[in-house]
Write a new protein. Structure first.
Length: 414
């Protein structure tokens, strides 16, 4: 093959060389006119320098309120894309921000067409007033919510007390001196000095007093650093409601009204009918010595009972209370009176296992520990549907939430 001008080596391309062609990269033996024409219509279209064209116009919907006839809009690749430029775009992200799905309005129309739907009339396509939606709720509770009792804190707790215990209503009060220290002693105990007594509201207690030199009375507190004998400050400290005093001379009992106002008796009888509004703590004191005194703990009469939970309730198939009603599953209870073991004396318990083996579940054991919870604000439409509560989530556990409800039966009884 003869060497021609087209087969000569080309100079090294310069910076201003805008006429470079793909044929210049061929071996010189293949730089024929035929090859140049073929490459010029194929590869040169990809390797030719790009040409930037400056456009000035609007992009977006031409139905905007501010649009006018003279506005210039940039054309898109087809009419459909031109009609729906910058329409709403859907993006779905996972919990760490990765995009899982994205589509615009044109993609939606294309998907409908791919499934065999028609997209010629968009108004007919999207004009329906109702949409299929499953909110994952019980529709009966949603539509008939007035027929339910909604109990966010569970059922109302009810008291459980055992059998009544014997209430001692008569005490003999004397004084005992030991090493120069004087103390009140109460019989039937007869041993404990300045004993703490347990009294019940509504009960009447008779104190047969024989305490020479230490008049006996009931007070609101044990006052300190005040003169005891002939002190007028006792009138403010004494508790006189429900108190009746008689003084005894030899074998004759004489009622003395002045002793009711003074509130002390040295030899005689003090009857105390505990008022229903009496405070939880009172004191018996000596008029002449603050150290000769003790505490009176007051309780409601319902607490004058005793119950052994382990022996009487746990493990039994059924249990009927002292008030005559029986346990049922889901009942929330608390105990009154003297409770054994003492761990059941405080707190609330749910009853489970009735009919097989009764067990008590402490309500506090069902509460989520605060270390695993947090008070957080949950904005709308940020988290996936039905994953977390909406609004101000107090003590939110972060893994699940639930509502406790009880429904009334058909007879409209709770």
């Amino acid at each position: 093959m003869a060497y021609e001008d087209n087969q000569n080596e080309y100079p090294v391309p310069g910076r201003n060389d805008s006429k470079r062609t793909t044929s210049s990269l061929l071996p010189r033996y293949f730089r024929t006119d035929t090859n140049k024409k073929f490459i010029g219509s194929t590869l040169d279209q990809l390797t030719a320098p790009g040409v930037v064209e400056k456009l000035n116009g609007f992009v977006g919907s031409r139905e905007a309120k501010a649009a006018v006839v003279e506005d210039n809009y940039i054309s898109d690749v087809n009419k459909q894309r031109e009609d729906y430029q910058l329409e709403p775009f859907t993006i779905i992200e996972d919990n760490i921000g990765n995009v899982e799905f994205n589509a615009d309005y044109v993609d939606l129309l294309g998907q409908i067409e791919a499934f065999g739907g028609t997209t010629k009339n968009h108004d007919q396509l999207f004009a329906q007033e109702f949409y299929a939606w499953n909110p994952h709720i019980d529709f009966d509770k949603f539509t008939n919510f007035r027929e339910y009792y909604w109990l966010p804190n569970g059922p109302q707790e009810v008291p459980v007390r055992g059998n009544g215990i014997e209430v001692i209503s008569t005490y003999k009060v004397t004084t005992e001196v030991d090493g120069g220290d004087t103390a009140f002693v109460f019989s039937p105990d007869g041993v404990t000095r300045n004993k703490t007594l347990k009294l019940y509201r509504g009960q009447t207690y008779r104190f047969e007093v024989d305490t020479p030199g230490h008049p006996f009375g009931i007070a609101l507190s044990r006052l300190k650093n005040i003169p005891y004998a002939d002190s007028t400050e006792y009138a403010e400290n004494l508790y006189l409601e429900g108190v009746e005093i008689t003084e005894q001379y030899d074998d004759t009992v004489i009622f003395r009204e002045d002793y009711v106002s003074e509130g002390f008796v040295e030899k005689g009888i003090l009857e105390f009918t505990v008022p229903t509004n009496a405070p939880n703590n009172l004191y018996y004191i000596s008029q002449n010595d603050i150290n000769v005194s003790g505490a009176l703990n007051l309780f409601d009469i319902e607490e004058a009972t005793e119950i052994d939970v382990d022996e009487e309730i746990l493990g039994k198939k059924t249990y009927k209370t002292a008030d005559g009603w029986e346990f049922s599953n889901g009942m929330k209870i608390y105990f009154q009176g003297n409770v054994t073991p003492e761990s059941y004396a405080q707190g609330l318990y749910y009853v489970e296992g009735v009919g097989e083996s009764i067990e008590l579940v402490a309500v506090k054991d069902l509460q989520v520990p605060a270390i695993f919870t947090q008070d957080t604000q949950v904005p709308f439409d940020i988290n996936p549907f039905d994953r977390v509560p909406f609004g101000d989530a107090k003590s939110f556990a972060g893994t699940k939430d639930y509502v406790c409800i009880n429904r009334r039966d058909k007879s409209n009884n709770p």
